[in-house]
Design a protein around this ligand. Sequence first.
Ligand SMILES: NC(=O)c1ccc[n+]([C@@H]2O[C@H](COP(=O)([O-])OP(=O)(O)OC[C@H]3O[C@@H](n4cnc5c(N)ncnc54)[C@H](O)[C@@H]3O)[C@@H](O)[C@H]2O)c1
Length: 359
Amino acid sequence: MTPPQADAAAAPDALARPVASTSPLLRGPVLVTGGAGFIGSHLCARLVREGAAVMAIDDLSTGDRANLAPLGNGRFSLTAHNVVERFDHACSAIFHLACPASPRAYQRAPIDTVKTAVFGTLHALENAEAHGARMLLASTSEVYGDPQVHPQREDYTGAVDPTGPRACYDEGKRCGETLATEFARQRGLDVRIARIFNTYGPRMQPDDGRVVSNFIMQALTGQPLTVYGDGSQTRSLCYVSDLIEGLLRLMDSALDASPVNLGNPQEITVLDLAERILRLTRSRSRIAFKPLPRDDPRRRRPDIARARTHLNWQPQVPLDEGLERTVHWFMRQVDADTELKLVPVQHSRAAANAPTASE
Ligand SMILES: NC(=O)c1ccc[n+]([C@@H]2O[C@H](COP(=O)([O-])OP(=O)(O)OC[C@H]3O[C@@H](n4cnc5c(N)ncnc54)[C@H](O)[C@@H]3O)[C@@H](O)[C@H]2O)c1
């Protein structure tokens, strides 16, 4: 048995509520699809800390085994599997997260993204049904598309262009929600749907093209921070440990399959974010303004009244504190990765020309 190692990226959960002993999370094994990814690895770590036996499945397309190394293999296992193919694991709960999440990743193979979002969710639901498990679907604020209503409440049906460059992800996730809802409605499956808004923290991929990782990497490697438009577009950023707490509470709740927004309602402009990151990294990089890409959402902000009321949940980690922890983690990655130190950011993995992704 491999002993667990100290986890430098572990998110503090001092404000976390312990999982109840009656929870389906502690009744039998918990399956986490996409467990090797950014959010999945924090979720697996938290579940193991709570005493759950956790099985992760992941095709490692955007995830990394290294994210799970601190968990050892006592109460934890990882199986390499693509959820587009059926799977069968006895379990009492499934967190279904497997899906590329950054625009750069999901636009790389759009047809595969649709298949993952639709067939992967179908297979997770069938696995849950076969074993009487409760399932939580990791959906997204992208189901609201380029919203005409602010902040977004769960009953807002969204403004998505079904043929736009983000449609493979947005429409795939919308169809995933439809499947999950029909499994609940028609077949009585115990389903939860989390609409996750922009989440950040340690273990984001440095090259994923999302706004937080872009800015941090650019600042740490002395490149200009790319701001699209005039930077007045806003983002709402949730620190990963807050999101994990929300996911656990939702899974544990008596709510039905109606979607629940999980995100941070504090809005910040992209320009303000760039300036904070320059301050935190003490970087001398400048800010470079570029034209706004197509489909870049102007505003995205969750209405979290439902989560507040039914889950007694709201984000706790202030933005500067979360950014500081994230910056420190990225600093360690840059120090450890000579390739990243030697290859200028915009020529290698990073982000100079990527859209300021909303996820
Ligand atoms: N990070 C965010 O801000 C955010 C926002 C909204 C929704 N979400 C959702 O949360 C989930 C996790 O996102 P993340 O940010 O951790 O992304 P991530 O890319 O780090 O994690 C996704 C994981 O799923 C795995 N995966 C992808 N396709 C797969 C397939 N076909 N079969 C098996 N495994 C597969 C990847 O290898 C990766 O480990 C996704 O479903 C995403 O849509 C994330």
